[in-house]
Design a protein. Structure first.
Length: 473
């Protein structure tokens, strides 16, 4: 433990704590968070409602939505329901009330979606993007959609990426200059910033044959990189579940090793700190000629990871050891360690620290100062709908902030939306921590060596299944 670094971390965290705006100043946001927080002690009801949210956009009208809501609520046992939902437990509820529940649930789901999703397409999202820029915040657009299973789906996603890059470049061209957002010590920063998913570019993803998926994805990744280079845009390849990671790294390394991309475009990749081998992954990325032997240094976005529950379930089904850390403190410790490694490598990469954890943010900034760095050498990233107040506070303190901003329709975005709802309602999520914990508790060091995995009990596994999702992404 470095006392001087810890002291400066606390000073920075206290400064951010003071300047963050309160969510109550945005009534719809405050209401949705209060309702989600109330589900903390009702895990069965929370699961039922999130399952309903997942299917609601595909329902055929209000009556169908009401019937689905009733079916999910009736599965909840052993928990006291809110007064508004208790009639759904009664057998033989007549059709008009079901339709009424359906009518009310539609706008409620849409309200939640708008908290996290900026618009159904890039054209409808430009107003939100421009508003962020005026507040001194850059963006990274994410086109919602999970893995594709057909060539037609992959082509449709490719077309969406192409159109989005073109529109973003056009609409941001005349925005007012923001020196902190427009450039860093390595040079200009593209305003048009698009994150893409490799699993959406190919239907041939095979965990046991990553070369096959990487080769097929490259057919669509190559023209996207050429377009981004010609437009002066940034293209970022998101990291998803563990099964697709090797395919992603192989595709990016192979494509970027092509000499035609040495001078551009600006590119980036993600490292997930909740994986046990995250240190080795970062070393691989930093040593890869396809990523580092370029005129433009790549952006390395460090995140905790958003698939903790998924990875645990899949590993259990296969009889494997989970690839993720078993405890949140281990993920936090790994995140801080990798943050320092990225900051030390800032001469050859553009480090981007993506988290809502107050301590993780403050320590990254404190370590940058300790190493003689300047604020413009580090980018801090948050998720739309979860990190809005943090983004405002960081901007006020003079830091470059980029908001990860999903775009898409509700059906395509349901998997993303449910993951965000889980984070927002987790009993160790950062929002609830800030509401119920003191600053001293929030700034407590992860402690212990992340090399040592603490043995788990059945109760700890159940607790972790509820809590590890907090602050991922």
């Amino acid at each position: 433990m470095d006392p001087a670094l810890e002291s400066r971390t606390r000073e920075l965290a206290e400064a951010l704590w003071r300047v963050e705006p309160a969510s109550w100043r945005r009534p719809p946001l405050a209401l949705s968070r209060r309702l989600l927080g109330s589900l903390d002690e009702r895990p069965a009801l929370r699961s039922a409602l999130f399952r309903f949210v997942d299917v609601a956009p595909a329902c055929r009208g209000p009556r169908d939505r009401g019937a689905h809501l009733r079916a999910f609520v009736r599965e909840v046992e052993g928990e006291r329901l809110p007064l508004s939902l208790r009639p759904l437990r009664n057998r033989g509820v007549p059709r008009p009330p079901l339709a009424a529940y359906g009518l009310l649930s539609g706008p409620a789901t849409a309200l939640l979606a708008r908290q996290f999703i900026a618009g159904r397409d890039v054209t409808h999202a430009t107003r939100n993007l421009r508003r962020m820029w005026r507040r001194g915040q850059a963006f990274a657009v994410d086109l919602l959609g999970e893995a594709t299973v057909t060539e037609a789906e992959a082509e449709a996603y490719f077309d969406r990426c192409t159109k989005t890059l073109q529109v973003l470049t056009e609409v941001t061209r005349d925005w007012p200059e923001r020196p902190l957002l427009d450039a860093d010590p390595h040079g200009p920063l593209p305003r048009a910033n698009l994150s893409i998913k490799l699993t959406a570019l190919t239907p041939l993803l095979r965990p046991l044959a990553p070369e096959r998926g990487a080769g097929d994805a490259a057919r669509r990744l190559l023209p996207l990189l050429r377009l981004a280079r010609d437009l002066g845009a940034h293209l970022h390849l998101d990291m998803e579940d563990y099964d697709s990671r090797e395919t992603l790294l192989l595709a990016f390394e192979k494509v970027l090793a092509d000499p035609q991309f040495r001078a551009g475009p600006s590119v980036g990749v993600v490292v997930q700190a909740y994986l046990r081998d995250a240190d080795e992954t970062l070393e691989r990325v930093l040593a890869s000629p396809g990523l580092t032997a370029r005129d433009l240094p790549p952006t390395i976005r460090l995140v905790k990871g958003a698939y903790w529950d998924h990875e645990r379930v899949i590993a259990a089904q296969r009889g494997w050891q989970p690839p993720v850390w078993g405890e949140k403190r281990q993920s936090d410790a790994c995140f801080e360690r990798l943050s320092r490694a990225l900051i030390d490598a800032r001469e050859v990469v553009r480090p981007a620290i993506a988290t809502h954890n107050l301590r993780s943010l403050a320590q990254a900034i404190a370590y940058l100062e300790r190493r003689g760095g300047r604020a413009e050498e580090l980018e801090l990233q948050v998720l739309r709908g979860l990190g809005d107040e943090i983004a405002t506070g960081l901007s006020r303190l003079g830091h470059r902030v980029r908001v990860y901003t999903p775009i898409g329709d509700l059906v395509a975005g349901m998997a993303y939306l449910v993951r965000r709802l889980l984070e927002n309602s987790s009993n160790q999520g950062f929002l609830l921590q800030q509401r119920h914990h003191s600053l001293d508790e929030l700034l407590e060091a992860p402690g212990g060596s992340s090399e040592n995995v603490v043995p788990e009990t059945a109760s700890s596994r159940r607790r972790q299944a509820r809590t590890q999702g907090a602050d991922n992404g």
